[in-house]
Design a protein around this ligand. Structure first.
Ligand code: ADP
Ligand code: ZN
Ligand code: ZN
Length: 702
């Protein structure tokens, strides 16, 4: 117990050797000795716990105090030590009485480090809350905890699915895994009762004494699932949401480690919840892109959950009305067992969906005449309508009609959006804002104008076209305070508003009993993005938002405004032809050799200095090509089919004053792509101020 190997979140893929200190020891003096920067009066008596693998330890690294994770403990230093043993420093103290990371999670961290090509310390830090001491998350009021909800009698389809999922858990536990397929997919339209299946399966697992992990896309956007979980499981549930402070999150982590909470519901990072004796993982809305982390380590919660489930030999069940294209392929190839839910169970029917071809309509604003009439009819019947547009702000593009000048952000290569309420032009990527122009900044012409429209624009159009309707706008500009979204959604549900308009914030997981009409203002917003998932995103968004209608009454109606009614994504979504969409999309991906028919690894090189980013990308290309050629010369399998695309400017060439170039590795084997990229990531020192972002299996190429 003399030496500790410690992983620190520093940009080096290694762990560091420290000497242990005795548990309970006064460490203040040591701290003082090691760091002259800490004045004596601040030195204090601090408890140190016994060192255990997986616990956090406080250490000095250089002259910085850092918290790391103990990854190994040993009595003797290895013979082939590459540094002077006298240089080994003592740790300051061990922070945890019980390890934060079990062996299972430490192994998972190593896998993340290898798979996503990030230093081990960075991987482990991403897995635990960033606080020293735990706080109280508040929990639930006793009323909430006591009011367990009366359960629905499961339909036949539902009970079959529950039995299969819970049965797989029993079998896996008894046989220690076996070859049984552990991946299940619950595929059913919106409102077909998937949540009910998840809750019932979870309940069976809990009854057996095992824990459950329940992942949802964004906790703020799924208040109804969260409240269903708390009503059903009360205080045995831990809710990991983004409003928790790091200390509160750590407090919840401890409740989980101590087995006080046995079902954990949360967004992406909850995939690391330290649930002892985990028995089931649920991923709701599997297709959702928020499961992929935008920062290093750029992990995908679905991929991590699959790894956890397969190592623990426990079932994983995913569900969606619009599976991701890769999940669809896995279902077709029987890698996932698919359970179908085909009916709406609370009195609803799938709504009638119709497309409105905007190129054939005389437009006065953004709401066409047929949509306007349908809204009027809905209001007359004292029912509710949702208007959906995936774009914030008032206008989209500022343009000079004399010289064609468009206002772009000075930090980012994207147009700025006019926000009327704030009377500013705002960049949606970096929040930079300027006053609106009166004359063209380039040629001085006063013949300037705005085009395109966002949710604020729709809000004012609704106000002028339906002056008596009570309208509510929901988007990230309209919701600023904690709890505001939940309050507003509840008010709409209660009938305090007639029209709800907003961005994708209103597209997911919401049930509104008296909703009749859903209007999609423009289905094409994501259709023409230079990204191979543009069609998939468009199809899924239209289908999801359309699914809000007709959940409780059979007369739901959806009108989809579009300039591309014959585009397969739009056409199939409007005609509920899912299989046709996936077939078409899969054959397009096959033709273009995009995932799921190939794997991708994306490298982005960024710098404030454009020529530095470009030069680094060019150098990187040479290193990667050399590595690939060497592998090809050895005839390594799949190496011939592997290619290096680029370097090129990213579609978003500049974000936050950083110029961005990219290289894309593509091939049949992700292991090979990782091997090639590792030669660069761990073997090359970039010029100061140039950064490399590694994205394995990217979901977006913008
Ligand atoms: P999904 O998750 O597929 O969108 P939900 O689970 O939210 O669907 O269910 C939609 C509605 O159907 C909810 O109001 C739910 O209470 C109701 N429901 C689910 N299962 C049943 C059932 N077996 N009997 C009656 N109503 C049900
Ligand atoms: Zn001009
Ligand atoms: Zn910007």
């Amino acid at each position: 117990m003399k030496y500790l190997q410690i992983a620190l979140n520093v940009p080096a893929n290694q762990t560091f050797t420290y000497a242990n200190v005795e548990a309970g020891k006064r460490v203040a003096q040591e701290e003082k000795e090691q760091n002259e920067l800490i004045p004596l009066k601040r030195a204090r008596k601090v408890d140190s716990f016994e060192a255990q693998v997986g616990s956090r330890a406080e250490v000095m690294f250089g002259n910085k105090k850092m918290t790391g994770i103990i990854t190994a403990i040993f009595d003797e230093l290895p013979q082939d030590l590459s540094f002077d043993p006298k240089k080994i420093r003592k740790i300051l103290r061990v922070l945890d009485e019980k390890p934060m990371l079990s062996k299972e999670l430490l192994d998972l961290g190593r896998w993340i480090s290898n798979f996503y090509l990030c230093p081990i310390g960075e991987a482990l830090r991403a897995m635990i809350p960033d606080a020293k001491r735990g706080g109280d998350a508040g929990g639930f009021s006793s009323v909430d905890a006591d009011s367990f909800e009366g359960k629905n009698q499961l339909s036949e389809e539902q009970s079959k699915a529950v039995d299969a999922i819970a049965g797989a858990a029993v079998k896996a536990k008894e046989s220690g895994g076996q070859d049984a397929c552990l991946y299940h997919y619950l595929y059913g339209a919106t409102g077909s009762g998937k949540t009910e299946v998840f809750l019932s399966a979870a309940e069976k697992i809990l009854e057996r004494g095992q824990g459950v992990l329940y992942l949802v896309p964004e906790i703020g956007l799924t208040p109804q699932v969260v409240s269903a979980v708390t009503r059903r499981f009360g205080n045995t549930a831990a809710i990991i949401h983004s409003h928790l402070s790091p200390a509160q999150k750590l407090g919840e982590w401890k409740r989980i480690i101590n087995k006080e909470a046995r079902v954990v519901i949360g967004a992406r990072s909850a995939v690391f919840a330290p649930i002892p004796d985990l028995g089931l993982i649920i991923i709701d809305e599997e297709h959702d892109s928020s499961y992929k982390s935008g920062n290093a380590p750029r992990y995908h919660a679905r991929q991590v959950a699959m790894r956890r489930a397969s190592k623990l030999k426990i079932p994983l069940v995913m569900g969606s009305a619009t599976p991701s294209v890769e999940a669809w392929k896995a279902i077709e190839e029987k890698q996932f067992i698919c359970h179908r839910l085909t009916k709406r169970l609370s009195g609803g029917k799938m709504p009638i969906i119709a497309a409105i071809d905007l190129s054939k309509e005389k437009m006065n604003g953004a709401i066409s005449v047929p949509l306007e009439e349908e809204i009027r009819q809905t209001l007359k019947e004292k029912r509710q309508a949702i208007l959906f547009l995936n774009r914030r702000g008032f206008n989209h593009v500022f343009r000079c009609n004399a010289c064609g000048f468009e206002v772009k952000c000075k930090n980012c290569s994207v147009p700025m959006t006019y926000h009327k309420a704030k009377n500013r032009l705002i960049c949606h990527y970096c929040s930079y804002s300027v006053d609106p122009f009166r004359v063209c900044p380039q040629c001085g012409s006063v013949d300037i104008g705005y085009s395109g429209f966002g949710t604020e624009f729709i809000e004012s159009e609704v106000a002028s076209k339906f002056p008596n309707a009570r309208a509510l706008r929901l988007d990230t500009d309209a919701v600023e305070k904690k709890g505001e979204l939940e309050e507003k959604i509840a008010a709409f549900k209660k009938g305090e508003y007639d029209i709800l308009l907003g961005t994708q914030m209103i597209a997911k997981g919401l049930n509104f009993p008296s909703l009749k009409l859903v209007g999609v203002i423009l289905a094409d917003t994501s259709l023409h993005l230079p990204d191979f998932r543009a069609a998939e995103k468009t199809f899924s968004l239209i289908t999801q938002v359309a699914g809000r209608a007709g959940r409780f009454f059979p007369d739901g109606k959806v009108l989809v405004q579009t300039y591309s009614p014959t585009n397969p994504a739009v056409y199939c979504a409007c005609h509920s032809r899912s299989k046709e969409f996936y077939d078409e999309e899969l054959s397009a991906r096959r033709l273009l050799n995009f995932p799921p028919y190939s794997r991708l690894l994306r490298l982005v090189f960024r710098s404030m200095v454009q020529s530095d980013a470009e030069a680094f990308a060019a150098d990187a290309y040479k290193i990667l090509s050399k590595e690939l050629e060497a592998l090809q010369a050895k005839h390594l399998s799949n190496s011939k089919e592997t290619e290096i695309l680029g370097p090129s400017e990213c579609p978003l060439a500049k974000i936050n004053s950083n110029y961005r170039s990219q290289i894309l590795l593509r091939g049949p084997s992700v292991a090979l792509l990782q091997k090639i990229a590792a030669s660069l990531v761990y073997g090359y020192r970039a010029k100061d101020g140039v950064y490399i972002e590694v994205d394995v299996d990217p979901v977006s190429l913008l």
